[in-house]
Design a protein. Structure first.
Length: 326
């Protein structure tokens, strides 16, 4: 949600764009409007889409007045309360992506570009890695594996959803082109829309847990994916993707580089020494000596992204979490 809100904030800045956003309920839509209460009503509005996996879910949303020129599709579930991997994760991701592209082709002929929020998970192999990850990398996950193995479900959802977008363009030959943004773990300050520590994204939850002293007497959890990005850079990448003509038809790996949970602890201690008593003294660094490389130069070259440092990102994240009561 933070990525969505910051993207909205960038879109309406300087009167560059009018925005129609989709939400799952009136309550959520009203909260977004409240968060940007100083914005003119004609600049920001919402349409309710209760179930993105339903056929025609986005038909009404894309019929805007005035007609829309670009669409940013960010909707995709990511949580750990999965009862049915297909119904809860895979179908909303894949059918949601295919569905909005179908709706745009059928009812929004003025749209020239669609930006899809994909993920580094669509590039990342859990069991084997290339020497360098870049836009040519694809996760080898299978549908059967994503259904049967909970560790693969989310990775599969992002992989199949992104492939569905590229397949749609190839087969349907729409009037619009597609861009995908592929960030890894995302840190960064929470927006004023997030009113409690329970509304954090998964990446920022680990920062919250660290500064609350949850790892004083036990080891840090495994870092998992060793690449990160700041939420503000990810939001800007989405905006640049609709504004830069050369971005069309491209995937973009959006990452500032490597990190580990131990390095995050070090950054917190440096930026917020007053929290040192809650931080583990000498945590083990689990980043491998032969860690895979990455190449995010295309995002810098075409989208003009200058990535924030981990120190600045974590420092700003902690400051915002402290304000929320962490």
């Amino acid at each position: 949600m933070v990525k969505v809100l910051l993207t909205v904030q960038e879109l309406i800045a300087d009167d560059r764009h009018d925005v129609v956003t989709t939400v799952r309920s009136k309550a959520k839509g009203d909260k977004i409007l409240e968060a940007y209460s100083n914005t003119l009503k004609e600049k920001l509005s919402y349409v309710i889409v209760e179930d993105v996996a339903q056929d025609g879910a986005f038909d009404q949303a894309v019929r805007t007045d005035p007609p829309c020129e670009c669409v940013i599709h960010t909707a995709s579930p990511f949580h750990f309360k999965v009862k049915d991997p297909v119904k809860d994760i895979l179908d909303p991701a894949v059918k949601g992506t295919s569905g909005i592209l179908k709706s745009i082709k059928a009812y929004a002929p003025t749209v020239k570009r669609v930006v899809v929020t994909s993920s580094f998970s669509a590039m990342f192999g859990l069991n084997a890695h290339p020497k360098v990850y870049d836009e040519t990398s694809w996760n080898p996950v299978t549908w059967e594996g994503a259904v049967k193995n909970p560790r693969l479900t989310y990775h599969g959802s992002k992989t199949f959803a992104e492939k569905a977008a590229w397949d749609f363009v190839e087969k349907e030959k729409p009037n619009f082109d597609v861009v995908t943004i592929n960030p890894p773990l995302v840190f960064g300050p929470v927006t004023h829309y997030v009113s409690s520590l329970d509304g954090l994204n998964t990446s920022n939850e680990r920062v919250r847990d660290i500064i609350q002293g949850n790892f004083l007497d036990k080891a840090l959890p495994h870092t998992g994916i060793y690449l990160w990005a700041d939420v503000r850079d990810v939001a800007l990448a989405h905006i640049r993707a609709i504004e830069v003509p050369e971005a069309g038809g491209n995937r973009f790996l959006v990452t500032a580089g490597h990190f580990s949970n131990k390095i995050v602890v070090d950054m917190i201690r440096e930026s917020h020494p007053e929290l040192s008593s809650k931080l583990p003294e000498n945590p083990t660094d689990d980043i491998p000596a032969d860690i895979y490389g990455y190449d995010s130069s295309k995002a810098s070259r075409i989208l003009g992204i200058t990535f924030r440092s981990l120190k600045d990102s974590i420092g700003d994240t902690v400051t915002s979490l402290v304000k929320l009561g962490a």
